[in-house]
Design a protein around this ligand. Structure first.
Ligand code: MN
Ligand code: MN
Length: 466
């Protein structure tokens, strides 16, 4: 008996423990996680595109006392500012007591998500059915996007330069759209294909109408009828599609999952489950020592490219402008800065256990995931956080009693992925990936745990406040 107690104690002291939130959190703490999830679900339903995310966050930022950044203005500790890039990125900052001269604290999450974009010339008619041609955005399993309700969101710029915003398919009485799939009865050939080929990119055609304009003789009368409806509602003509950003997203609403309501199902947990904790944390951050910055980035799912992606100079210029206020150089601020690359991790899924290495996977309900590196086979295309910086984050999480776990993206050589961490590292900033474990990542309906979501918020808040 004596010895087994000794063994128990030794194990407790020496073994790396991975704790389940359900076992170690009090019922009050779990309630807090559940309460936090309510605001998050609402956000998921209201902001499904990067533009809608920027508008949603901007509104909250203004309510929380943030004002538009003016690089020629003097700022004092506690001042709250925002800076928007082309309606698709937003940076939020709270000026710290030390300003930016000793570096800034960053939390960066992305607000784009896998979806189906309309092609520049999308509208066609075949066999009296009108359809949109799409080009998928980000890494999707194409077959998952058939036979589900879709909503159309985005902006159309008209001939005269004015624009109209579209959001159709989200209200209960709105029409929705969908991509049809072949019935199993006739799918012998399709079912024998590889999953990646069963539905091709050019098969992702969205049904948008089926009634011809009057019953006159003539071609393309269903297409004509659709254009007439669109012209009446939005004042657009076919050429206007060329100057539009139109995205088809799942029309489903987020919801609790499970009898115990412990999980959340919804579209785009990647990466809104890290964006939400990031902006909530900066709103709740009180008088930070160093200036704190939250950036909500675009284009992560396609490589962080373009003038709204993290590889652009937007962040670098914003930090330089903050540095100028304090009379220091942007490069000196960056080299002393620290960043959480807030992005999701692949949660261990026992149905697909073969693809994971359980010792280094992240598990739902075991807290925020700290990921030292992402990348693929042989640690390619990643930024690995140093022992020192990982140690600093680990100490912070432990001291603040935050439930956390380490994670790696699946078994070695089974695939892989990246985050914005490597682009931030290029700016000579210390950076580490942290975030929420996700089941069914990149599917139209992904699943996370309420405990992990809240722990990610607590981790980001502790980092910004430290
Ligand atoms: Mn992501
Ligand atoms: Mn992703």
């Amino acid at each position: 008996m004596e010895q087994s107690n000794e063994i128990k104690k030794l194990k407790e002291n020496l073994f790396c423990q991975r704790k389940h939130g359900g076992n170690v959190l009090s019922s009050d703490e779990i309630s807090e996680c559940y309460d936090f999830a309510e605001g998050y679900k609402d956000y998921l339903n209201k902001a499904k595109t990067e533009r809608e995310n920027v508008s949603f966050v901007l509104k909250m930022a203004i309510e929380n006392g943030f004002t538009e950044f003016d690089k020629n203005k003097k700022y004092v500790p506690g001042d709250k500012i925002y800076c928007i890039n082309r309606n698709c990125n937003i940076a939020l900052a709270v000026i710290g007591k030390q300003g930016s001269k000793n570096g800034v604290k960053l939390s960066i999450a992305h607000i784009d998500a896998p979806r189906l974009d309309l092609k520049p010339n999308p509208l066609f008619e075949r066999n009296e059915v009108a359809m949109f041609k799409t080009h998928y955005y980000g890494g999707i399993k194409k077959y998952q996007w058939t036979a589900i309700p879709l909503a159309l969101h985005g902006r159309i710029v008209k001939k005269d330069g004015s624009f109209v915003d579209v959001c159709i398919g989200e209200n209960d009485d709105d029409p929705k759209f969908c991509i049809t799939d072949l019935l199993p009865h006739l799918a012998r050939e399709q079912m024998s294909k590889k999953m990646s080929e069963a539905i091709s990119g050019e098969d992702l055609n969205v049904t948008i109408g089926s009634i011809p304009f009057k019953s006159d003789e003539g071609s393309e009368l269903v297409k004509l009828n659709i254009l007439k409806l669109l012209n009446e509602k939005y004042g657009i003509v076919e050429e206007d599609f060329i100057s539009s950003d139109l995205e088809l997203v799942p029309a489903m609403k987020s919801s609790d999952i499970g009898f115990d309501r412990s999980l959340i199902g919804g579209y785009a947990h990647d990466d809104r489950s890290c964006a939400y904790p990031s902006f909530k944390a900066i709103f709740d951050c009180k008088e930070p020592e160093k200036t704190v910055v939250v950036l909500l980035a675009d284009k992560e799912e396609i490589g962080s490219t373009g003038n709204t992606g993290t590889k652009s100079n937007f962040l670098k210029y914003f930090i330089s402008d903050l540095a100028n206020i304090d009379g220091v150089k942007g490069r000196d601020v960056l080299s002393k800065s620290k960043c959480l690359s807030a992005d999701v991790n692949a949660a261990y899924d026992s149905t697909f256990a073969n693809n994971f290495e359980s010792m280094n996977s992240s598990f739902i309900n075991k807290g925020v995931v700290v990921e030292k590196y992402t990348g693929h086979g042989g640690k390619y295309d990643t930024s690995e956080a140093s022992a020192e910086f990982t140690g600093e984050i680990r100490k912070l999480l432990n001291e603040n009693n935050i439930l956390w776990q380490s994670g790696e993206l699946g078994k070695v050589d089974t695939g892989g992925g990246g985050t914005i961490a490597m682009f931030i590292a290029n700016l000579n900033v210390d950076v580490i990936d942290i975030g929420v474990p996700v089941l069914s990542m990149h599917a139209p309906f992904e699943v996370i745990s309420k405990i992990d979501l809240f722990m990610t918020y607590k981790a980001i808040l502790a980092f910004l406040n430290a």
